[in-house]
Ligand binder design. Structure first.
Ligand code: DMJ
Length: 571
């Protein structure tokens, strides 16, 4: 007997089984691939780490071609004015920078060993002239982050008792930073001698990042020690810098700490400025101060308005907003990652694709590419193992789970292994056109490049945890006790909620839409941090001032002759 319903049911069941099989087959290669890639990145990290420990430790960084060392901390910041004392052994910079990566990769034994060595041997009482910004993000940030990890009892990182050794070191270093802030403006000197403070005839020139990217590490140090001084000097410097913005809400790149005058009026989102923007947003996430969000929001909208050209960002004069340099720089590649944190994922994706396109074209990212001449900068053709593209790839994958970003990560890993791996570690590329190498393995390769690639393929470290990664990739947990808005009964998960009056706003360091809802009335839909709603809900207007900023293009809407807000003028 022919029973059509029976056969139909069997056929449907067969299809179901087939589709389940094909789904599980299509999922398993990606899980397997992620695991394979994670292991590959782990091997990269240990190749870099083991060689550093073998040939360079306790000095700062490894020279992988000659298998020797460099005490680079006192030279960072592109100024090499002073020679170090003969007996200077360095600050074990790469070891400090590796601490949080060791934890993320699950190597508790090596982490404990490193912490014990540092607590017994590291001293900052040395006659060395260091760059405040670099020492803050690398050394203070590395110590503060590792201290928070070590003292998190749920992590059980220590076999023995952890006795705040890293915090003591961090506090000692923080104290040595303080003389730098002793200027008429409160803006810190860029250079300081760890033993003797500010040297005679020290340069008063510094960068925007140098003054505006200290608040995460110094703020965390204050919270942990209970001494408000670190947060207070960093905040004072940030506020002074903020007061120096132009009428267009733009900033320059370099300034004088004695006079508070700008030296270089042109700026963008890359070198000398990048982490200033980054820290406004991340400080808001970590400390929950509304002020930081307001500053970030206004600065972000100005960046989108004056620097953005499609997926690219050029530089502009802070006084006029006129474009100055049409250049892509390797450091700018962090921007899409920051945009993910504010929920501007579409813009992030389009810029990230362009950066990756340049990476594919050259094999790695050149330091500077002249967009207007479509050519490499004649002298800045190098790639010093920078992390920014990997960093943005990690954030975009977290936000979208689009397997495309796994492909991007794989491609980055393959290029690094192909072009930069040598017997003695990983070497920087001197010239991306010839792939000639340079004898330097920067500590950020271990603190950031390997870490972000690892987290891209295995994000278990951030599961159920809400971390802010500093500009040097050191994780700081978002804690209710440090936060002005988080409820006392705060459960650190990737999705957290802040209750403010009648509204509940989503806030998360790792996930999307960190802040946009904060300034607006409940019930309004927010697409991105650029979004400023029109003054009236029906989009009617009398002047341009009644119109807000469009979420997807970040352009101010203007008022049409018929009296409606819209993107009438596409410039
Ligand atoms: C790192 O030291 C930090 O990310 C800093 O903010 C700028 N970039 C370098 C690595 O490229």
């Amino acid at each position: 007997m022919f029973r059509p319903r029976y056969y139909l049911t069997c056929f449907l069941l067969f299809l179901l089984v087939l589709s389940v099989l094909s789904i599980s087959q299509s999922q398993s290669p990606s899980a397997a691939k992620k695991k394979r890639m994670r292991d590959k990145v782990r091997n990269m990290f240990y190749h870099a780490y083991d060689n550093y420990m073998m040939y360079a430790f306790p000095h700062d960084e490894l020279k992988p071609l000659t298998k020797t060392f460099t005490n680079s901390l006192s030279e960072l910041g592109n100024l090499k004015l002073e020679h170090l004392p003969q007996d200077y052994n360095g600050s074990a910079l790469t070891l400090i920078e590796s601490l949080s990566s060791l934890v993320i990769m699950g190597n508790n034994t090596e982490f404990e060993r490193a912490v014990l060595w540092l607590s017994e041997n590291l001293t900052f009482d040395v006659d060395a002239r260091i760059n405040l910004f670099e020492c803050n993000i690398r050394v203070l940030g590395g110590l503060v982050s590792a201290h928070l990890l070590a003292s998190d009892s749920s992590k059980k990182l220590f076999q023995g008792a952890y006795e705040n050794q890293l915090l003591l070191l961090a506090e000692d270093l923080g104290k040595r930073f303080l003389p730098a802030f002793n200027t008429p403006t409160g803006l810190p000197y860029a250079w300081i001698n760890l033993k003797y403070g500010v040297m005679e005839n020290e340069t008063t020139e510094t960068s925007t990042s140098g003054c505006g990217s200290l608040i995460l590490e110094m703020g965390a140090l204050s919270k942990m020690t209970g001494d408000p001084i670190y947060e207070s000097v960093a905040l004072r410097a940030l506020r002074k810098l903020w007061s120096m913005q132009s009428s267009l809400k733009l900033f320059g790149t370099t300034l004088d700490v004695a006079t508070g005058q700008w030296i270089e009026y042109s700026s963008g989102i890359g070198a000398g400025v990048d982490s200033f923007y980054e820290y406004l947003l991340k400080a808001h996430i970590l400390f929950g101060k509304e002020d930081f969000w307001k500053m970030f929001h206004s600065a972000y909208v100005a960046v989108q308005k004056y620097f953005r050209h499609g997926p690219w960002y050029h530089e502009a004069d802070m006084r006029t907003g006129r474009a100055t340099y049409w250049q892509l720089t390797s450091l700018q590649a962090f921007w899409p990652g920051l945009q993910v944190l504010v929920g501007d994922v579409i813009a992030a994706n389009s810029s990230h694709r362009e950066f990756f396109h340049v990476w594919k074209r050259f094999g790695v990212l050149p330091e500077r590419y002249l967009l207007d001449h479509q050519m490499l900068h004649p002298t800045e053709k190098y790639y010093p193992l920078r992390p920014e593209l990997a960093e943005s790839t990690f954030y975009l994958y977290q936000a979208t789970k689009d397997p495309w970003y796994i492909e991007v990560g794989e491609s980055i890993v393959n290029s690094l292994n192909l072009y930069t791996k040598v017997e003695g570690g990983f070497a920087s590329v001197k010239d991306v056109t010839t792939m000639q190498l340079e004898d330097h393995q920067h500590s950020f390769f271990l603190a950031e490049t390997c870490k972000y690639l690892y987290l891209l393929f295995d994000d278990s470290f951030v599961h159920e945890n809400n971390y802010v990664f500093t500009t040097e990739g050191h994780p700081l947990p978002v804690l209710s006790t440090w936060h002005e808005e988080l409820p006392v009964a705060y459960i650190p998960t990737n999705w957290t909620f802040v209750k403010r009056r009648s509204t509940v706003n989503r806030i998360s360091a790792m996930s999307l839409q960190v802040c946009p809802a904060m300034n607006l009335k409940s019930g309004q839909h927010i697409e991105s941090a650029c979004h400023i709603p029109d003054a009236r809900g029906d989009y009617r207007c009398l002047t341009d001032e009644d119109c807000g900023v469009d979420a997807t293009t970040c352009r101010r809407r203007s008022c049409s002759m018929a009296g409606y807000c819209g993107l009438w003028l596409i410039i």
